[in-house]
Design a binder for this molecule. Structure first.
Ligand SMILES: [Zn+2]
Length: 389
């Protein structure tokens, strides 16, 4: 294998406290040695071993590629008018998710795949090297399976979300829809997915339905994750911990018992500040979770309705400014936290053996992600040891 040393790194985030300072394992004046697709060595530049090629980072900051563990990229259509009405204080009487379901069903495979590719490229340019994405805008056996087949062309982290809402065609009989989601739809979708998800919320699926859906998915070898406690208090978070879900996503309305449950289990709390930003909703209380010892991830929730951003740097800035996370905590949650929410140890860190997925910032420190919000600081992105953006 060819080795490459990236040297003269002003500040390197490794996410390994054994390699440097604090939880980020920060190393100043650092170097990183890549061996093919993986990291071979990380530490002070003066101690770096020899390599075949040398890249000068010119004092810039290097951090692990972002791990966006929650997005909804397999969709068609546009909801500009809905967003514009919401932000203009006007009532809006269209169908929300149902609008996207109709447009997605009407789209061709090629159109859906091109859309995923477009937003994947957009995210990559902003430093995202690993992302999860979901179905959930098909809501028929054929359309959900198609969405997952297309998603799997773009990422290994594919989530079956047939239980996004009760399909409009089953609005009068939600129980029959749950039977479909846990029966024929699951059979058709499981081959393409690693994860199963459910929107556990008033107006979507209640705790008993969510338990039935996730339990059926587990029996088919899928791993659970949950849209939990986003719009109201509810059973989602406790169910996530009970079923050992990798992540409870949103966590905006939590009781003390919910926080205690998250602190006692292995379920990550994934916060999605783009959703609160884009709906002018109250922020989740990140400080309360962190102070209780809960593992927190940050993700975009990129979707055409409630959070149409693919930018992890934007989410980091929101988390620091509005959710009172420190810059170090936010960067950890957007990298190592996202990896934990996907139960991955090969990404989200720059340590020997990890995948050589990294971002070079046009800045001397990762803190600039929050200090300089909205500025395109991502200068280079490397994935599997290759400079890709
Ligand atoms: Zn979501």
């Amino acid at each position: 294998m060819t080795t490459t040393v990236i040297t003269n790194i002003g500040s390197l985030v490794t996410n390994d406290p054994a390699l440097g300072e604090g939880p980020l394992g920060l190393v100043g004046n650092a170097a990183l040695v890549l061996d093919g697709e993986t990291v071979a060595w990380a530490g002070p530049a003066v101690r770096a071993p020899a390599a075949d090629h040398r890249v000068d980072a010119a004092g810039r900051a290097v951090l692990p590629g972002f791990v966006d563990s929650h997005s909804h990229l397999v969709f068609a259509g546009d909801r500009t008018a809905e967003f514009n009405a919401r932000m203009s204080g006007r009532p809006y009487e269209a169908g929300g998710i149902r609008t996207t379901v109709a447009a997605t069903r009407a789209a061709t495979d090629a159109e859906l795949s091109a859309n995923v590719a477009r937003y994947t490229r957009e995210a990559l340019r902003q430093g995202t090297t690993t992302f999860e994405t979901k179905s959930g805008y098909g809501l028929t056996v054929e359309d959900e399976a198609r969405a997952l087949r297309i998603a799997a062309e773009h990422t290994d982290e594919v989530t079956y979300l047939g239980a996004h809402i009760v399909a409009p065609d089953h609005a009068d009989d939600p129980a029959a829809y749950v039977d479909l989601v846990t029966g024929p739809m699951l059979d058709a979708c499981a081959p393409y997915a690693r994860w199963i998800d459910v929107f556990c919320e008033k107006g979507a699926f209640d705790g008993d339905q969510a338990r039935a859906i996730l339990t059926a998915g587990k029996a088919k070898g899928l791993l659970p994750r949950i849209h939990a406690n986003q719009l109201s208090y509810g059973p989602g978070v406790q169910l996530a911990v009970e079923l050992d879900a990798a992540s409870a996503d949103h966590c905006t309305h939590l009781t003390d018992a919910d926080v205690d449950a998250l602190a006692s289990g292995d379920t990550v709390a994934t916060l999605l500040p783009g959703a609160e930003f884009s709906t002018r909703a109250a922020w989740p209380d990140a400080r309360r979770l962190l102070d209780a010892g809960v593992t927190v991830a940050l993700s975009t929730d990129c979707n055409p309705g409630s959070s149409f951003t693919s930018s992890m740097p934007f989410c980091v800035a929101l988390a620091v400014r509005d959710m009172r996370m420190t810059p170090d905590e936010a960067v950890w949650s957007a990298t190592a936290g996202g990896a934990a929410a996907l139960r991955r140890t090969d990404v989200g860190r720059l340590t020997p053996g990890a995948r050589a997925d990294l971002t070079v910032l046009d800045a001397p420190s990762h803190v600039h992600l929050a200090y300089r919000p909205g500025v395109p600081l991502v200068a280079e992105v490397w994935r599997r040891g290759v400079r890709v953006a």
